[in-house]
Design a protein around this ligand. Sequence first.
Ligand code: ATP
Length: 319
Amino acid sequence: MKKIAVLTSGGDSPGMNAAVRAVVRKGIYEGVEVHGVYQGYQGLVNDNIKKLELGDVGDIIQRGGTKLYSARCPEFIEPEVRKKAVENLQKRGIDSLVVIGGDGSYRGAQRLNEEGIKTMGVPGTIDNDINGTDYTIGFDTALNTIIDAVDRIRDTATSHERTFIVEVMGRDAGDLALWAGVAGGAETILIPESHSDIKEVAERIETGMKRGKKHSIIIVAEGVMTAAQCAVELRKYINIDTRESVLGHMQRGGKPTGSDRVLASRLGAYAVELLLNDVRGHAVGIENNRLTKTSFDRVFEESHRIDEGLFRLSKELSI
Ligand code: ATP
């Protein structure tokens, strides 16, 4: 009987559980034995692997986080460490592995694929920074969490006539900041993919204030600078009283939205389908609402790009 394994790795994201469930259920549906690796690559090295049954993934589709736990395992870049991981899978007769995680996790999967294990990547990260897919699992949930927070902040910003600076996650990517900024009606969005002139931002705030604008929301992606740094920079040009809000890890938690659950279900099942058809060394994704696969090489070929049209629109709508 064919045996495959599944793990979650890197930063957790809402919907990872739904993806694990899809891998396990699709596998069993196709007559495959599915094993869960606990604590990502760390668990693979430590032999923390358990056969999963249908019931093991029951009652998790609606839960945030990951039942398989996630971990960072920096030593996985060492070939001898990965050799141990490969041995742990092979001694059980497992020849395929689904890796649910971000681009760092994909690099580990790419190495394993070269070293004897057939691997398939599933994009699980709130950052939406992976090539070969329009959306990553967890992005929609995190986006909605941020929007909810920004709406609340806007209430108090209006009452106290203040400028709020909201720092959001995204590592080196600005998708969360851009989408949340557009959806939350932010006056200014600072993203790493585009250089922002703080003097210009300050001038815009000043012009708004002169026009009678009472409050302002600035969304800054963590990849640009912290909210506190942003406040310091702004005060070099205008005398304003700002409040800073760092949303932090709350952005990674919470129950996944319907979109994330459906995306995770589709991508998890598709990863299994591809492995059963002897496709390996690829990542699954969704592009224009169609399931796609992209080789790891191509995923890493270019750096992530922002939706330029949406960024332009955000500026047009925040005049
Ligand atoms: P996120 O961006 O959401 O945090 P990620 O998957 O990019 O997710 P990383 O911490 O970058 O998170 O990577 C997760 C794990 O993948 C690392 O802890 C390490 O075990 C493995 N990994 C990362 N880069 C490599 C590499 N070059 N070679 C082998 N393994 C790697």
